[in-house]
Design a protein around this ligand. Structure first.
Ligand SMILES: [Mg+2]
Ligand SMILES: [Zn+2]
Length: 186
């Protein structure tokens, strides 16, 4: 089994331009504490895997080339910090395309399950939207919800019958809670 931590990108790792997409590398800014959180996971032996909807590509708001340019910029910033995402899975389909990979659908996680070996019951997905926690839950993962990005507005949309295991102010606080919880369960 591999130790994997699944993380949403916009609003969790980097600042979400609420109502817009990250269309250019200059628009990519880490959320405060996010780099430290990723270091904590890395130091704990976790492989960081990013799961991100980028419907702006499918909806024609920005090009796929621009999306990959932002992606490569993120990778270079992570590398400068001594970090890396083992893999990033993007859904590039439009919001109304009806694809199977746009969260809350689980297609991106199904792709990850072909590339990595992990125990769904002990693996966390961290996101800032109800569609993140719903996708993670549908796939059988533990979930953590953060109040950065869309989180402030999305908390009321969380499914009360199937809530995230963890709610946190941001990725750093989520990392602390997840790593504490896992160490207590071992
Ligand atoms: Mg997000
Ligand atoms: Zn898709």
């Amino acid at each position: 089994m591999e130790k994997i931590i699944f993380v949403d990108r916009d609003g969790v790792i980097n600042v979400d331009l609420i109502g817009d997409y990250i269309k250019h590398p200059d628009e990519f800014r880490f959320e405060p504490g996010a780099v430290q959180a990723l270091h904590m996971f890395r130091d704990g032996g976790y492989k960081i895997v990013i799961i991100s909807n980028q419907a702006g590509v499918g909806d024609g708001i920005f090009t796929e080339a621009a999306m990959w340019k932002v992606h490569r910029h993120m990778e270079s910033l992570l590398k400068k910090e001594g970090l890396a995402a083992w893999k990033t899975y993007y859904c590039l389909h439009g919001k109304e395309a009806g694809c199977g990979c746009r969260k809350p659908e689980t297609g991106l996680f199904e792709q990850a399950a072909r590339d990595f070996t992990f125990d769904r019951k002990t693996t966390f997905f961290i996101g800032d939207k109800a569609s993140d926690t719903n996708a993670g839950k549908r796939f059988g993962l533990k979930t953590a919800f953060v109040r950065t990005g869309h989180g402030a507005n999305e908390e009321k949309l969380l499914d009360p019958k199937n809530p995230p295991e963890i709610k946190a102010a941001n990725l750093l606080e989520a990392a602390r809670q997840i790593l504490t919880r896992i160490s207590h369960h071992q």
